[in-house]
Design a protein around this ligand. Structure first.
Ligand SMILES: *[C@@H]1O[C@H](CO)[C@@H](O)[C@H](O)[C@H]1NC(C)=O
Ligand SMILES: *[C@@H]1O[C@H](CO)[C@@H](O)[C@H](O)[C@H]1NC(C)=O
Ligand SMILES: *[C@@H]1O[C@H](CO)[C@@H](O)[C@H](O)[C@H]1NC(C)=O
Ligand SMILES: *[C@@H]1O[C@H](CO)[C@@H](O)[C@H](O)[C@H]1NC(C)=O
Ligand SMILES: *[C@@H]1O[C@H](CO)[C@@H](O)[C@H](O)[C@H]1NC(C)=O
Ligand SMILES: *[C@@H]1O[C@H](CO)[C@@H](O)[C@H](O)[C@H]1NC(C)=O
Ligand SMILES: *[C@@H]1O[C@H](CO)[C@@H](O)[C@H](O)[C@H]1NC(C)=O
Length: 336
């Protein structure tokens, strides 16, 4: 402040001596820089330069005298850009800090102070939630872009295949002296696309971006895939069922053949006896021409029934042609 007073006194002295007001220009009027970067300001005057002071947020940080630069530090420096007839100095703030934000003043002795505004901004992160996506054609989907740790409130915008979708009406919440923004994009899955979310603040020459790839599966392809799956499953099941049936069938057949073999003779015997029993009584021994029913039956060794007594008068039709001996002979033959 003492220096300030000194400068002031010198200025006052010069003003009194010269009695002229210097024309001073400060550029730019507004500067927006990212924290940690550099901020530059040009201050120029047509008057022969005696004293130039630079004040950041009310704090005198640099003095330039005719003989040279005073109190130059790593953070605050100046460069002589004087050309004939134009006294010009470039003031640089390096590693800009958040509390540098505000007013930057250039004061030339004998001139009005010129004030510029410095905005210190923050670059945060940007991410499209969920990353790459695969959707079925025609599906309505929503993408969400998240910007975290920005200052001031960032502008968020979308682009699809390089085509801008305009600024997003994003919602921002402050977290400390930073902002978080969310922005969603509704779209219909039509074709394979690259979707980008851009986040920017004025200090950023090129926006930060996040890119995801949207792969669109045509419904036809999806159906074909489904059908393929269905067919595969069906075929697999059918094969399994067929195999089972085959095995079952083989086992069943084997069992059955075994049983058939063992019962074959029984069956034949049963069938024989049944056919004999089924014969009516008047048909029995029909192939024996000497057969006569006289009420008395004799069982032969084979279980057949034969008649022993023979009565000529009761002989049936064909038997009349036989003589008794023939008959007897025949009978004998039959019996034995
Ligand atoms: C200051 O002026 C010089 C040339 O005269 C120019 O190259 C530079 O970009 C200027 N700086 C600012 C911050 O305007
Ligand atoms: C600035 O540059 C001009 C022209 O090159 C020169 O005449 C002047 O002495 C310089 N001023 C200082 C303080 O270095
Ligand atoms: C400016 O620099 C001089 C000498 O280098 C020093 O004595 C003085 O305290 C400094 N003033 C400020 C405000 O830094
Ligand atoms: C998204 O897909 C692109 C190209 O297909 C690939 O380069 C990138 O790594 C993928 N990103 C993620 C997060 O998987
Ligand atoms: C953005 O949202 C605000 C409130 O949520 C609304 O008033 C405004 O009209 C919206 N702007 C656009 C362009 O959608
Ligand atoms: C989309 O991309 C996938 C994988 O890269 C490809 O198989 C498919 O054919 C593409 N679809 C279109 C419509 O280009
Ligand atoms: C956001 O975009 C609008 C329109 O493009 C612009 O007027 C505004 O300055 C931008 N704000 C920031 C913080 O980039």
């Amino acid at each position: 402040m003492r220096r300030n007073m000194d400068v002031f006194r010198v200025g006052l002295f010069l003003l009194i001596i010269g009695g002229v007001s210097a024309q001073v220009q400060l550029e730019p009027q507004n500067a927006a820089v990212l924290r940690g970067s550099k901020a530059h300001f040009n201050c120029s005057t047509t008057q022969s330069l005696s004293v130039m002071t630079w004040i950041v947020n009310g704090r005198l940080v640099l003095t330039i005298l005719e003989m040279g630069v005073l109190n130059s530090t790593e953070r605050f420096s100046a460069r002589n850009l004087t050309t004939p007839g134009n006294y010009k100095w470039e003031f640089t703030i390096s590693t800009v800090q958040r509390d540098d934000a505000g007013e930057v003043t250039c004061q030339v002795l004998g001139g009005d102070p010129r004030i510029a505004t410095l905005s210190v901004q923050e670059r945060g992160n940007v991410e499209i939630i969920g990353g790459n996506r695969t959707e079925i054609e025609g599906v309505q989907m929503e993408l969400e872009c998240q910007a975290i740790g920005w200052f001031p409130k960032p502008n968020v915008s979308w682009s699809i295949n390089g085509l801008s979708m305009g600024n997003c009406n994003s919602s921002s919440i402050a977290q400390g002296n930073l902002f978080n923004s969310n922005c969603s994009l509704k779209l219909t899955a039509v074709k394979n696309s690259s979707v980008q979310c851009f986040v920017s603040v004025p200090a950023l020459s090129t926006p930060e971006s996040s890119t995801v790839f949207l792969t669109v599966e045509s419904t036809k392809k999806a159906t074909i895939r489904d059908q393929t799956v269905l067919i595969s499953v069906t075929v697999a099941f059918s094969a399994a069922a067929l195999l089972f049936l085959l095995i079952f069938g083989i086992i069943f057949c084997c069992k059955r053949r075994k049983r058939k073999k063992s019962t074959y003779h029984d069956e034949v015997r049963r069938a024989q006896s049944q056919s004999q029993n089924r014969m009516p009584a008047n048909v029995r021994g029909r192939d024996n021409r000497g057969y006569i029913t006289d009420g008395r039956d004799v069982r032969d060794t084979n279980g057949g029934i034969w008649h022993t007594n023979f009565n000529k008068q009761q002989m049936p039709y064909a038997i009349n042609n036989f003589n008794e001996d023939d008959l007897r002979k025949h009978r004998h033959a039959t019996i034995v």
